[in-house]
Design a protein around this ligand. Structure first.
Ligand code: CTP
Ligand code: MG
Length: 435
């Protein structure tokens, strides 16, 4: 980590950072604004402000918050940076504009930053400010793209898109924040765009794009993996695993007054499920690990017999200490009778979260002669991870011809799960059951 850059008082006075934090966090699904979601004892907004404080390259910090979020306002106001707070709007663009309205007239450089990129290293802020001080009018942090990216189109009447092109990967970059601008240029761009109607207005997904559309050159600086945008629960797990690497954590932070740092103690769980292969006289589709295996005779049972998904559910319930499959999908919930394994897994994950836990991972191994699984393992991991909103991995083995798994009469699935109590704002951390 490099030292804070030595800006003159004048340069500091003329530099501002706007942190947009007015989103609702729908995809994260915590039932609270995303910026208020806790990560290792600090909310995402506080982490974002910590990085800005360590970067030390702006004198004015403006935070744009959702309307009616007093707890978030309190946390913002309680931060050592003492940011100016404004209320955001319906879209990110509206929120950026609300922040721009609070700029001091002498502002020469403004950085627009997403609170959702809570662990952005201070170095990235510094690089953006340095580029602006060197004369750039717009500058954004970028990372090379690892996936091949395709362009798609959907013809009228078609459900699935088809590929219409493959841009050369070497020319593509993933874009992060903070995005830095010559402040008068960005203000002018926003004034001009304010009159745009949809779809032109909706097509603008970041501030750099606005500058590009007005013919301004946009420069780049290196982004950082830690600056990932926390959008889903998986991102939150990833961010948590990055915390020890976050330079912000090298400097001790004052804990919010009278809020003890929560101790995260993981809990493990186990689940086992056995299903017989249905009699040949009764043809049934084979569903296992959320996938259909058309070559194989299916498993018996009143549900789809997906032993892998069922074992995963039981492991989750066991880890959270909230009963088992019978407790949650028994006769008093007839809507789940015969439901697909993935539906049960999604509901099990929801119940575990409702009980105050987040899911670390679920691992399942099934033992059986059929179906042949290796070629579809990754597909299964993806389908089940999506259902649980957390990493699920499936492995398979045979039993060397022994027992019902060996003869092909049935399969067994063994699952383990790891969960941890999530401290909720205003509540004690997790509702951890005894035992
Ligand atoms: N944002 C904002 N005002 C909005 C919408 C978004 O200030 N009306 C901010 C968010 O707080 C976030 C950043 O823009 O810091 C990027 O948005 P996104 O990651 O989509 O966050 P949310 O809109 O909160 O999430 P979701 O789309 O899942 O609801
Ligand atoms: Mg959003």
């Amino acid at each position: 980590m490099s030292d804070p850059i030595a800006l003159s008082d004048k340069e500091l006075q003329e530099t501002a950072i706007i942190v947009v934090a007015a989103g609702s966090g729908t995809r994260l699904g915590y039932g609270m604004p995303k910026a208020l979601v806790p990560l290792a004892g600090r909310c995402l907004l506080e982490h974002a402000l910590d990085g800005i404080e360590l970067a030390g390259c702006a004198s004015q910090v403006i935070v744009v918050l959702p309307a009616g979020a007093p707890e978030l306002e309190e946390r913002a106001a309680g931060h050592r940076l003492k940011p100016i707070c404004r209320t955001g709007g319906a879209t990110r663009n509206d929120s950026v504009r609300a922040g721009l309205d609070a700029l001091r007239p002498e502002t020469e450089r403004v950085l627009i930053h997403d609170a959702a990129r809570a662990l952005t290293p201070p170095e990235v802020f510094r690089q953006v400010v340095l580029a602006l001080l060197s004369g750039a009018r717009a500058v954004i942090p970028v990372l090379p793209v690892v996936d091949t990216i395709k362009q798609v189109a959907t013809d009228p009447g078609e459900e699935q898109a088809h590929i219409i092109g493959t841009p050369a990967r070497g020319t593509l970059r993933a874009v992060q924040t903070p995005q830095g601008f010559h402040a008068p240029a960005l203000l002018a761009a926003h004034r001009q765009a304010a009159g745009w109607k949809s779809p032109a207005a909706e097509a603008v997904t970041d501030d750099a794009m606005l500058m590009e559309m007005l013919g301004e050159r946009v420069d780049t600086v290196p982004g950082a993996a830690a600056a990932l945008k926390i959008t889903t629960r998986l991102d939150l797990v990833l961010a948590e695993s990055m915390l020890p690497l976050h330079p912000g954590k090298e400097t001790p932070m004052a804990e919010p007054s009278n809020t003890p740092a929560p101790v995260l103690v993981p809990r493990t769980g186990i689940g086992v499920d056995v299903h017989a292969v249905a009699d040949a006289s009764e043809p049934r589709p084979m569903w296992l690990a959320g996938l259909h295996f058309p070559q194989d005779q299916g498993l018996s049972g009143h549900s789809d017999g997906d032993a892998v998904a069922h074992a995963a559910c039981d492991a989750l319930f066991s880890a959270a200490g909230i009963g088992d499959l019978g407790t949650h999908f028994g006769t008093d919930r007839p809507e789940y009778a015969g439901a697909p394994g993935t539906t049960l897994l999604t509901e099990a994950a929801r119940l575990v979260r409702e009980a105050g836990f987040e899911i670390g991972n679920v691992a399942v191994q099934f033992v059986g002669r059929r179906p042949k699984f290796a070629a579809r393992r990754q597909e299964a991991d993806a389908v089940l991870s999506k259902a649980a909103g957390a990493p699920v991995t499936v492995t398979a083995t045979t039993s060397d011809g022994l027992g019902y798994e060996g003869t092909g009469e049935g399969v067994t699935a063994y699952a383990t799960a790891l969960v941890y109590a999530v401290p909720r704002q205003g509540n004690p951390p997790g509702k951890v059951p005894a035992g």
